[in-house]
Design a binder for this molecule. Structure first.
Ligand SMILES: Cc1cc2nc3c(=O)[nH]c(=O)nc-3n(C[C@H](O)[C@H](O)[C@H](O)COP(=O)(O)OP(=O)(O)OC[C@H]3O[C@@H](n4cnc5c(N)ncnc54)[C@H](O)[C@@H]3O)c2cc1C
Length: 324
């Protein structure tokens, strides 16, 4: 079957929640995921711990059992896989949506890397983890610079610069330092981010205070070479020896998917997509948004905890329209 009431673009936690809600409402649907199941979570750091307690990450009324107060990445992967199995969700994996088009009868044609589908409604739940926010400095494209972090062992006995002072940067700095990396943080603001997990913040502050981890506050990188990093600090330019740079400068949604469908974005730096907060329908009829993509560049506004409700809101709106 290639015709559906709903095509859901993105098989993250919120795309899966949308699939469950559609199924429960008796609507036909397909979830199209460009990578593996919950691809973003799969690509998170190996030892990552969620800040949410397990019940706040639950979807489809399936209990999330964790051995810890805060679940790990591995537990979350296991959980969402079991949910997919239990609800027998119609997910097509490794199938990237490459283009979308509104047909004359106002339905949509959705082309993926493997197939062409038709759907009456589209839900965009493409997340934010695919495109990093760049530093825009010379040398950023050297192989030693990365925006994604997997595992600390790789950096043992290496001179590592970590850019940023939020959760990801702090996790990287602490983990790699504990595996014998020589860590220097470059931080734009004057302090460690206030949103950093309450158990990690004092840890990093104390490591910086005692000098175990070096930090340049109110500073930014101006250039990267094979062997050095140059930093603009309040005391002038400083150049330090360096092996690797971990630029944890955040990520941004893929706006092309939204723009191709004609979803309006605000003119400012946030690029806020236009949608009705009660139905999640965009300015384009029958095109809905769900999950972290709803915030535009404000990628901290929506997360699993507070956006899983989008699934029921959208289904209710679609069912309401069709009068079923
Ligand atoms: C380190 C870290 C820790 C976090 N901890 C928490 C936490 O404790 N609690 C919490 O609530 N949130 C947390 N978050 C945020 C949370 O993970 C995201 O908000 C969540 O993943 C959003 O789910 P989503 O389904 O909207 O997007 P995603 O999980 O990003 O899923 C989007 C999916 O769309 C797919 N996709 C993109 N483009 C296409 C395309 N063209 N075709 C097909 N598929 C496509 C992607 O491959 C991806 O699988 C954390 C995030 C990070 C980075």
């Amino acid at each position: 079957m290639t015709q559906f009431d709903i095509a859901i673009i993105g098989g993250g936690p919120i795309g899966l929640a949308c699939g469950i809600a559609a199924k429960q409402a008796g609507l036909s649907y397909v979830i199209l995921e460009k990578g593996c199941l919950t691809n973003s979570l799969y690509n998170y750091p190996l030892n990552m711990t969620f800040f949410s307690t397990p019940e706040k990450l639950e979807i489809g009324n399936v209990p999330f059992m964790s051995l810890n107060a805060k679940p790990t990445r591995a537990e979350a992967l296991e959980y969402y896989r079991r949910v997919t199995q239990l609800h027998q969700l119609n997910v097509r994996l490794f199938e990237a949506v490459t283009s979308t088009e509104r047909l004359p009868d106002s339905r949509f044609s959705i082309t993926t890397s493997k197939n062409i589908y038709q759907a009456t409604n589209i839900i965009i739940s493409t997340g934010f983890y695919d495109i990093p926010v760049l530093l825009n400095v010379t040398g950023e494209h050297l192989p030693k610079v990365t925006h994604y972090y997997k595992d600390p062992h790789f950096y043992a006995f290496q001179k590592l610069v970590v850019v940023g002072a939020n959760n990801s940067s702090v996790d990287v700095a602490l983990e790699t330092w504990r595996k014998s990396a020589d860590v220097t943080m470059v931080i734009r603001d004057e302090e460690i981010g206030t949103r950093v997990k309450y158990w990690a913040r004092p840890d990093i502050i104390n490591r910086i205070k005692e000098g175990s981890i070096k930090a340049y506050f109110q500073s930014s990188i101006t250039a990267i070479t094979e062997k050095t990093v140059t930093i603009q600090t309040p005391d002038g330019l400083v150049t330090i020896d360096n092996d690797f740079v971990m630029a944890m400068t955040g990520y941004q949604p893929n706006f092309t998917v939204l723009e191709n469908l004609g979803v309006a974005l605000s003119d400012d730096a946030i690029k806020q997509p236009v949608y009705n907060p009660e139905t999640m329908e965009t300015n384009q009829p029958n095109v809905y948004l769900a999950g972290v993509v709803c915030g535009g560049m404000n990628t901290h506004k929506w997360f699993i905890e507070n956006s899983r409700v989008h699934a029921d809101m959208i289904t209710k709106a679609i069912v309401g329209k069709s009068g079923t």
